[in-house]
Ligand binder design. Structure first.
Ligand SMILES: Cc1ncc(COP(=O)(O)O)c(C=O)c1O
Length: 390
């Protein structure tokens, strides 16, 4: 088969490849602790499952309007207003199968070949993949361990130009757990407002998984609502990764264009899944609170455990469920160390370089695994690395 040249520019998420390697090792009888996966290890709350099953039984199995059922768009609009203080109309919401299509559509809708895209590095690998796909110019925004991987407005100021079409913010961030600090948002918004054609894609998929403070969105800053697309969803908050349910909040004319992209790609998000989403947003939130409390316990255990390993160094991440320790002190490259941990220790994690060039010298561990498994992983890492330091 002959493929279009653009297919050569499409990247991937290495997490899925590492998972496949780890599964192969398991099939060969090796014990693996999975700290590579970016999905909660909790079940979807029971009342949400029930709502999905009931919707199917009640016959809600046909198409819905492309941007989503009015019931879920209303629930999302109310939720957005309540949580980040951004007044939202249901016509400004587009529901998608997972949050990822919002990312895809933002690149398709706004970015021409040669346009500049500023994006976090280390950052979610699909940003770089998508910008290469549309032949944009890469402008990585370095996130550094020294300031807890927060976005530095002074650095951003130097990177944004009249050719910048898209600025991607991700708070809390994958893979670092760093945030865009609420106190830095006015300065970041002031930079954005100077460039009329600049759009912000604010990826807030981890907004409910925060270990202190409140989540704040750039969309709430003066003049930013009309130039921001918020990406959010149910995957992480409600442990619903496999259901495929996400959404974007954006100005109405932008929502009409994203809906057109939905018609051309997915038609709509699964009907009964959207109804389960209404139950998630409108129902009790105690499962979310309990999950975040458990993530906090695990975060503290893994941070303390990793810092006790020679050559590892990490601050407490502020959100999401990842730690991103500096590991250059081990004397091994990130790739070599990740492979060593997988094959010698039976601990699956990701090399920092899966998240861009600035990830060299780091590893990503997900703490979406039980405290016992995290302790076991730490024991295994200590054992395997002990001879290196001897
Ligand atoms: C930063 C970030 N954005 C978006 C997504 C996509 O989420 P979904 O599974 O809802 O498409 C992920 C998933 O890993 C993510 O880490």
């Amino acid at each position: 088969m002959k493929y279009a040249a653009r297919m050569d520019r499409l990247g991937t998420e290495t997490a899925f490849e590492v998972l496949a390697k780890a599964k192969k090792l398991e099939a060969e009888g090796k014990s693996i602790v999975h700290l590579e996966i970016g999905q909660p290890d909790f079940p979807t709350p029971a009342h949400v499952v029930e709502a999905g099953v009931k919707a199917m039984r009640d016959g809600h199995t046909g198409y819905t309007p492309a941007p989503g059922l009015i019931e879920i768009r209303e629930a999302i609009a109310e939720h957005t207003e309540r949580t980040i203080g951004v007044k939202t109309h249901p016509d400004e919401v587009v529901v998608t199968p997972g949050g990822k299509p919002i990312m895809f559509y933002a690149f398709l809708a706004f970015v021409e070949a040669g346009d500049e895209v500023v994006y976090p590095n280390p950052g979610f690998p699909i940003y770089e993949s998508m910008l290469d796909f549309v032949e944009a110019k890469r402008v990585p925004l370095a996130l550094t361990a020294a300031n807890g991987f927060r976005v530095d407005p002074a650095l951003l100021e130097r990177l944004v130009t009249p050719r910048t079409r898209l600025l991607i913010l991700n708070t809390p961030g994958n893979p670092t757990g760093g945030i865009v600090a609420p106190e830095d948002l006015p300065a970041i918004a002031a930079i954005c407002r100077r460039f009329p054609d600049l759009i912000v894609l604010s990826d807030e998929i981890y907004s409910r998984i925060l270990f202190g403070g409140r989540h704040a969105s750039i969309a709430a800053e003066e003049g930013m609502r009309e130039k921001t697309v918020i990406l959010d969803g149910f995957s992480k908050t409600y442990a619903m990764t496999g259901w495929r349910l996400g959404y974007g909040v954006m100005p109405k004319d932008c929502a009409a264009r994203f809906s057109r992209l939905m018609v051309n790609s997915n038609s709509c998000t699964a009907n009964f899944v959207q109804r389960a989403g209404v139950a998630a947003l409108r129902g009790p939130q105690d499962a979310v609170v309990a999950m975040v409390a458990e993530f906090r316990r695990r975060r503290d255990a893994i941070v303390d455990g990793l810092n006790a390993i020679p050559g590892f160094e990490v601050k407490r991440p502020e959100g999401a469920f990842y730690v991103f320790p500096r590991t250059s002190g081990t004397g091994l490259s990130s790739n070599d160390l990740a492979n060593r941990l997988l094959y010698d220790a039976g601990v699956a994690c990701l090399s920092g370089t899966c998240f861009g060039a600035n990830g060299e010298g780091f590893l990503r561990f997900s703490f979406a695994n039980s405290l016992e498994n995290i302790e076991e992983a730490l024991r295994r890492i200590r054992k395997v690395l002990a001879p290196v330091k001897a």
